[in-house]
Design a protein around this ligand. Structure first.
Ligand code: ADP
Ligand code: MG
Ligand code: ZN
Length: 632
């Protein structure tokens, strides 16, 4: 019984409009009934004038602004009996009036029907009225409640804002569906018990915490985890997103919070999940251009509601954010979101178990190794991994295979990392330039000992990139050495360096823009955060509150103009050094570069192994630790 309202409305509108026109036709005074006289017999205007002249007309009634006349006249054909005749008058005939007066005929003018006027007015108004009513209903439906079971009966509930929250009686998610974040699961296991058997805690006088805050980057399974808690405890799951609270109209957010808690209390025990808490819970009065009234009101309401119930009402609030650093301190006080639980990107073991969860309902070929996939995907979140297996399944179906095999997985990994494949450029100068650019990256990546090894070089465009050099990623390293950082900067400069060496300074392209951005950031961090410059081991930029992955933003600490300009010159020095080195490497191995470019243009993709073999014909290739087994 949810849809029909809008459907009925959409059908009634046209029906009413059509009805309106039909009805206007019926009631139009121009057709037929005029003052109750059925004057169906017509008479020409000429005959009318003739009758008038010969004194046969006894009375005239004018209608329709003087365009129609009902004439009572003695008809000679009917032995002079009186008859009512209808005459269409020509536009504007002022002489008619004087004629009628001369002839001493009684005449009267009727303003297009007595009740016709009202009907006409209504007729003109009814369309706008219907339209407004229709829009009003549509608006109520779309902005109206989607939770809390308010049906059509509540559609006329003026003034009371409807919470836009979702309610799931049963989430159907259990802890087994969540993998790779074991610590978080353990911490939250207790919350399940709070919901299931609160008496166990209240009996010994323990205060049940009201809320927990899940902190972590997007896609790591925070929503999933919250659903699993509700699923395990068998309680309803109320959810709303912080960004939905913050509306254009002041007061709407606050009343949504109120509605949400009201509904939740009616359904206790239950779980309230607030996604994107930072959207509403930002530090008050700290916004750009002063505070945001609406958000502050919403936040205050949220705090009031959280204080307003005791721990044993059976409501647990779980919130999620990836910016705990910007949250208002009041939210983190005891009795509110006093428990913070990190939900981080999974490590190798975590990725393996997440892949196992998502492989449960997929058909994998026997040679597919979940562990190999996990090794190839450092940095992938749970959502990325789920997406990866799904992409692989789609590719498998498209290739009409029975089971997902390794090539599909590989293609899906590439797609998740770099976007959809495009069509390669036709052979042209710009294709050649891109080939040099990519071979430049790959050459430096191969020849510098501290650089990750090349996995493949390709000219098949993906996403924004026209060509790509793939490096075999190492397992997340928490420690990066100075020479590794320098190697990365040099490698990132390899593309531009090759363009310069081969085509000259004037021909370099904008294609290196992204590379430059990355390497500048790396060089700057070396100076200001890692103490890897002549400025010595000093931190010149302090980390702003949160974790690095949270994009917490680096805030400048106080330092002098002088230090600031020394930082700039140190950054420039690092970049220049690496740039010179990159150009030197390209220059020294120009023959190998030219050959690899020709091969790349011909084949469009060169695997890392082949790439290394060709370079080995010209020079020594340093041995590198291979983190990842090559497969294809
Ligand atoms: P978040 O809320 O942290 O942004 P979600 O919970 O919405 O992430 O995750 C999106 C999807 O990714 C989930 O529905 C699930 O399919 C998958 N996923 C993410 N993390 C995990 C995990 N730890 N275990 C299993 N699946 C996961
Ligand atoms: Mg989420
Ligand atoms: Zn590049």
């Amino acid at each position: 019984m949810k849809l029909p309202w809008r459907i009925i409305l959409l059908w009634t509108l046209p029906a009413l409009v059509i009805g309106f026109f039909l009805w206007q036709g019926t009631f139009s005074p121009a057709s037929g009934e005029m003052g109750g006289n059925a004057a169906s017999t017509r008479m020409s205007y000429g005959r009318f004038l003739e009758y008038l002249d010969t004194g046969k007309v006894s009375s005239v009634d004018l209608y329709d602004n003087g365009q129609t006349a009902i004439v009572e006249a003695a008809d000679p054909q009917l032995d002079g009996r009186m008859q009512k005749l209808r005459v269409e008058l020509p536009d504007r005939s002022p002489e008619l009036i004087s004629k009628l007066r001369e002839a001493d005929v009684s005449f009267d003018a009727h303003p297009s029907g007595d009740d016709g006027a009202i009907w006409g007015l209504l007729g003109n108004l009814i369309f706008p009225i219907l339209l407004i009513a229709g829009l009003f209903f549509l608006f109520r439906r779309s902005s109206g409640n989607s939770g809390g079971g308010g049906g059509p009966g509540q559609a006329m509930n003026f003034g009371k804002s409807k919470a836009r929250f979702q309610m799931e009686a049963k989430t159907g998610v259990v802890f087994d569906d969540v993998a790779g974040i074991e610590e978080a699961k353990q911490d939250l296991q207790e919350v399940v018990t709070f919901l299931k058997q609160p008496e166990r805690f209240t009996a010994v006088g323990a205060r049940i915490p009201k809320g927990a805050l899940l902190v972590g980057p997007p896609g790591t399974g925070k929503t999933l985890l919250a659903k699993a808690i509700a699923g395990e405890a068998g309680v309803p799951f109320f959810s709303i997103s912080g960004s939905e609270f913050v509306e254009m109209f002041v007061g709407v957010g606050a009343s949504r919070v109120r509605d949400l808690f009201k509904k939740a209390k009616e359904n206790a025990p239950c779980l309230i999940f607030i996604d994107e808490l930072d959207a509403v819970g930002r530090q008050r009065g700290a916004g750009i251009g002063g505070g945001n009234d609406e958000r502050e009101q919403t936040l205050n309401q949220l705090l009031t509601e959280m204080d307003g119930f005791e721990g044993n009402t059976g409501i647990i609030i779980i919130a999620a954010t990836n910016r705990p650093d910007v949250l208002d301190q009041a939210l983190l006080r005891p009795g509110r979101f006093d428990r913070q639980i990190m939900v981080d990107s999974p490590d190798l073991k975590g990725r393996t178990s997440i892949l196992n969860v998502h492989a449960r309902n997929k058909k994998l070929a026997p040679e597919v190794s979940i562990e190999k996939i996990a090794r190839r995907t450092p940095g992938f979140t749970g959502a990325d991994l789920a997406n990866l297996l799904n992409e692989a399944a789609i590719l498998t179906a498209r290739r009409r295979k029975d089971a997902i095999s390794m090539p599909e997985i590989n293609d899906a990994v590439d797609r998740v990392i770099a976007g959809m494949e495009g069509t390669p450029l036709v052979d042209s100068k710009s294709k050649r330039l891109i080939a040099y650019h990519e071979v430049g990256h790959a050459m430096i990546g191969t020849l510098l000992k501290d650089h990750d090894p090349v996995q493949k070089v390709t000219l098949i465009p993906r996403g924004q990139a026209q060509g790509l050099t793939w490096f075999t990623p190492g397992e997340e390293q928490s420690l990066v050495s100075r020479s590794q950082l320098k190697a990365r900067i040099t490698g990132a400069l390899g593309g531009r360096a090759a363009e310069e060496e081969v085509f000259g300074d004037a021909e370099v392209t904008s294609g290196a823009g992204g590379d430059l951005q990355q390497l500048t950031a790396m060089a700057r961090q070396m100076v200001t955060r890692f103490g890897m410059s002549d400025l010595g081991p000093m931190s010149l930029e302090e980390q702003g509150g949160g974790e690095v992955f949270l994009g917490g933003g680096l805030t400048r600490s106080e330092y002098s103009e002088e230090i600031s300009s020394r930082i700039d010159s140190q950054v420039r020095e690092i970049v220049e050094q690496c740039h010179d080195n990159a150009r030197q490497i390209i220059r020294d191995h120009r023959a190998a570069v030219d050959r690899l470019v020709d091969l790349l243009i011909e084949k469009e993709t060169i695997e890392g192994e082949e790439f290394r073999q060709i370079i080995a014909e010209y020079t020594d290739v340093p041995e590198k630790e291979q983190y990842v087994p090559q497969f294809s």
